[in-house]
Write a protein that binds this ligand. Structure first.
Ligand code: KIV
Length: 283
């Protein structure tokens, strides 16, 4: 998706205010064959950087549990954990569409629970859409949120909140029957009103077929190049940790760079080389 800018700068000394990515821009991008870019963000610092880099959609993912909160899975993440993160990202993003994950336990009970959680996020954080995991079983939730004016992104294939039932991170939709079930799930959530569907760890051919039959965009993560867009967890994309999943390309080694900076700082402090006169105040 190309970055659109408003014709007039918002103030003489500021960069032009970018035109906000809206829900309808996603379907328009698909129709034009323009790829949609999406990254996770969990705070204002990274949200601002990614927004200025022209990332179309920022996902306040429940992967915050693994990446930021030190959990082994996304299962312990609560709505109370997500609200401050979503608020920070929504505040920082000037252009990107901000989507927040409904965490495990905040929507499975039914449409009323999903609606209550979705309303809380929209009222308290400033995000524009929510994402939830599952196919036909969450159709009533997708419909209730959509009818209340809360845009919903679906999530199929490997769904981390079901990792116990799925036996860990494994490719989903292999074999004719599983591929057919996945396609039917995708059609069902799209018909219920989903504005896009994330496909995680799905064979290339299956993701391509789902992308072809859906009017709304597919966003792949480990689902091959034929999806309408791509999403990565930012810490994988930027090489913040020693290990990244096979489907994630590391575009930097920020973890090493950050650790190197911390070591250099500690060395300088211990050696009395920091602070020096240039970083101190005279009376
Ligand atoms: O929580 C998350 O980061 C996600 C992505 C893996 C799509 O759901």
């Amino acid at each position: 998706m190309s970055a659109h800018t408003a014709p007039e700068p918002s103030a003489p000394d500021r960069a032009p205010t970018p035109r906000r990515v809206r829900v309808h821009h996603l379907a328009e991008a698909k129709a034009r064959g323009e790829k949609i870019t999406m990254l996770t963000a969990y705070d204002a610092v990274t949200a601002r950087l990614f927004d200025d880099a022209g990332i179309d959609v920022l996902l306040v993912g429940d992967s915050i549990g693994n990446t930021m909160h030190g959990h082994a899975t996304t299962l312990p993440v609560t709505v109370d954990d997500m609200v401050p993160a979503a608020r920070a990202v929504a505040r920082a993003a000037r252009r990107a569409l901000v989507v927040v994950d409904l965490p495990f336990g905040s929507y499975e009970a039914g449409p009323e629970q999903a609606l209550a959680t979705g309303v809380r996020f929209l009222k308290e954080t400033g995000v524009s859409a929510v994402k939830l995991e599952g196919g036909r079983r969450v159709v009533p939730q997708v419909r209730a949120l959509t009818e209340a004016g809360i845009p919903v992104v679906g999530h199929l294939g490997y769904t981390p909140q079901s990792e116990n039932a799925l036996g860990g991170p494994r490719v989903q939709g292999r074999g004719d029957d599983a591929a057919e079930r996945l396609s039917e799930d995708a059609l069902a959530v799209a018909e219920a009103g989903a504005i896009a569907v994330v496909l995680e760890m799905v064979p290339v051919e299956v993701a391509a077929r789902v992308t072809e039959i859906l009017a709304v965009p597919t966003i792949g993560i480990g689902a091959g190049p034929q999806c309408d867009g791509q999403v990565l967890v930012w810490t994988d994309m930027a090489g913040m940790t020693d290990w990244s999943p096979r489907f994630a390309r590391r575009y930097a080694e920020l973890g090493q760079a950050l650790q190197g900076a911390a070591r250099a700082y500690a060395d300088d402090v211990r050696a009395g080389a920091f602070p020096d006169d240039g970083h101190s105040f005279a009376q």
